[in-house]
Design a protein around this ligand. Structure first.
Ligand SMILES: *[C@@H]1O[C@H](CO)[C@@H](O)[C@H](O)[C@H]1NC(C)=O
Ligand SMILES: *[C@@H]1O[C@H](CO)[C@@H](O)[C@H](O)[C@H]1NC(C)=O
Ligand SMILES: *[C@@H]1O[C@H](CO)[C@@H](O)[C@H](O)[C@H]1NC(C)=O
Ligand SMILES: *[C@@H]1O[C@H](CO)[C@@H](O)[C@H](O)[C@H]1NC(C)=O
Length: 198
């Protein structure tokens, strides 16, 4: 019985470890994919395959992990990101804090972020994003989102009327987009005592 039991133990241990490690490896691979999509800027030279193993990706510049080794934050303000917003960011499913402000990311509002259900802080300001905000933005962004920064982009049209369903949203900053918006926002957000607009 003893050898069998110990073989079982080893198998169980292996099974217990598998999800963690394949997931971790996946997130490093995702970051490498994301870096390429954003034009491989010098600020992300530290994200490279030679340092991709184990928990090293948690030491990569601008990356933050939780104690379980899942990526929870990317702080990429002014990192020289160009091109479209990579869909792979949506696969970082533990992400809570994303700052990509002050870059030249173009294209539409990144709906890939709908898959980041734990998102609390999202700063897309000062980029080259354009088009209308999707009407389902408030229902689809994480329910815990408290800070959303959209200013300094090329968005046009109206703010989707149901943004109020983001019940924890405290800060919404959408200046330098369109005056019509700003007026709409002032009206819409007046009842929210802790909301400010700049
Ligand atoms: C790879 O990343 C590590 C740290 O993340 C860095 O020290 C090293 O210089 C990088 N290598 C290249 C070729 O950029
Ligand atoms: C924006 O990023 C550039 C580098 O890409 C930096 O020089 C500049 O200081 C940043 N501006 C702000 C307001 O953070
Ligand atoms: C939202 O925040 C609460 C309280 O911190 C947490 O329990 C919950 O898991 C969070 N929801 C998501 C989808 O991350
Ligand atoms: C900004 O986006 C427009 C398309 O909306 C594109 O034509 C232009 O090249 C982009 N500029 C930069 C600096 O990426």
């Amino acid at each position: 019985m003893a050898p069998l039991a110990s073989a079982c133990c080893r198998l169980l241990l292996l099974l217990a470890l598998l999800p963690c490690c394949s997931l971790a490896a996946d997130e490093a691979a995702l970051l490498l994919q994301i870096k390429t999509a954003w034009g491989d800027p010098p600020a992300l030279a530290g994200w490279n395959i030679t340092s991709a193993t184990g928990r090293h990706r948690c030491m990569w510049p601008h990356v933050g992990c939780n104690p379980a080794g899942r990526i929870v934050s990317l702080r990429l303000s002014g990192a020289g990101l160009t091109g479209h917003f990579p869909d792979a960011v949506g696969d970082l499913s533990a992400l809570t804090h994303l700052d990509v402000s002050n870059n030249t990311i173009s294209g539409a509002f990144p709906t890939a972020l709908y898959r980041c259900a734990s998102l609390r802080y999202l700063d897309l300001s000062r980029n080259n994003l354009s088009g209308e905000l999707p009407p389902d933005i408030s229902r689809r962004l994480g329910p815990n989102l408290t800070k959303l920064f959209l200013s300094g982009n090329q968005f046009r049209g109206a703010i989707p009327g149901d943004l109020g369903s983001l019940t924890r949203l405290r800060n919404l900053v959408a200046d330098q987009c369109n005056l019509g918006w700003l007026r709409w926002l002032r009206n819409a957000w007046n009842p929210w005592p802790r909301t400010f607009l700049t």
